[in-house]
Write a protein that binds this ligand. Structure first.
Ligand SMILES: Cc1cc2nc3c(=O)[nH]c(=O)nc-3n(C[C@H](O)[C@H](O)[C@H](O)COP(=O)(O)OP(=O)(O)OC[C@H]3O[C@@H](n4cnc5c(N)ncnc54)[C@H](O)[C@@H]3O)c2cc1C
Length: 265
């Protein structure tokens, strides 16, 4: 199988966000990691390759430092990695990202499956996989908790989608775009051999010309979304009261009385 995984380098989930008006959002010098949801997509892609053969190519649209995320994906077991980067991409929004990624995927020959995480933990829109699927003209199977069956030769698969109301069984033809949720697998730790391989890897950089992207569709002026204003939420107000007493029971009674008095319970 020829599988592509799209990943995003994001600030660590413990990073503190700073918001400065009018529109500057910064994570300072926070540690950068692979978007945690993408690790499930990587793991599933590697498992499919191990079962059916083929290769896993990992892509990211980002900057030079995003190569670290790509190396981490190779250390997990991906075979190839490409950084897609060009000064013309600066200011591109989610819509433009879907165009850039779809163009890059089209350069990779006959692809059977493109895997994403269900969303990125920083911008958090969940828009990119649907946009890429639309541009490629392939079905999108989102929130996949299990790939039940896959027939690479017959070009079909059956999956279980995790919905708020329950689970949904869906079948589709390949090629397809999927997004993974954490129920799908347990991502592996990189092996020592693969860490060494990733360390030596020269990651090719594909620019707009290499992926055949029309730069007039990209950048801040072409963005469909604009950040009109960015502002921090108002600081929380409130007080803390420590309840003391002679015993846990007495403290619990005092607490219950206070909650009743405040009409919380
Ligand atoms: C270098 C860079 C510059 C940016 N500049 C701007 C800007 O100026 N203005 C602006 O509005 N936005 C900017 N963005 C944000 C960018 O538009 C978001 O990445 C995009 O909106 C995706 O939305 P999301 O993060 O909510 O992803 P989601 O749709 O929540 O993510 C879903 C899936 O798509 C994948 N995905 C998301 N982004 C990428 C990517 N870049 N490469 C590969 N896979 C991806 C995720 O890893 C995840 O698997 C920039 C991003 C980058 C990387």
């Amino acid at each position: 199988m020829n599988i592509v995984v799209c990943i995003k380098q994001v600030p660590d989930s413990a990073a503190t966000l700073k918001v400065e008006e009018p529109s500057n959002v910064s994570w300072g010098d926070a540690l950068l990691i692979i978007n945690p949801w993408d690790e499930y997509a990587i793991e599933e892609a590697i498992r499919l390759k191990e079962k059916f053969g083929g290769k896993v190519t990992v892509l990211t649209v980002g900057t030079e430092q995003s190569k670290e995320a790509l190396k981490q994906a190779v250390a997990m077991g991906c075979d190839e990695a490409h950084l897609i980067s060009d000064p013309a991409f600066v200011g591109s929004d989610a819509l433009a990202m879907t165009y850039i990624l779809a163009q890059a995927i089209k350069q990779l020959g006959e692809v059977d499956l493109v895997a994403f995480g269900k969303q990125a933990i920083d911008s958090d829109t969940g828009l990119v996989p649907a946009g890429v699927a639309r541009r490629l003209g392939w079905p999108l199977l989102s929130y996949i908790a299990k790939i039940d069956e896959i027939d690479p030769a017959g070009k079909s698969l059956k999956v279980t989608r995790l919905l708020e109301q329950g689970r949904q069984s869906v079948s589709s033809k390949l090629p397809v775009v999927i997004t993974a949720v954490k129920e799908i697998n347990e991502p592996r730790y990189p092996s020592f051999m693969n860490i060494r391989k990733a360390g030596k890897l020269q990651i090719p950089v594909l620019d707009a010309a290499a992926i055949g992207a029309d730069v007039s569709k990209l950048g801040a002026t072409q963005a469909a979304t604009q950040w009109l204003k960015v502002f921090p939420p108002p600081a929380r107000t409130g007080t803390v009261e420590m309840i003391s007493g002679d015993s846990p029971q007495a403290i619990a009674v005092t607490l219950a009385d206070k909650l009743l008095a405040e009409k919380v319970i």
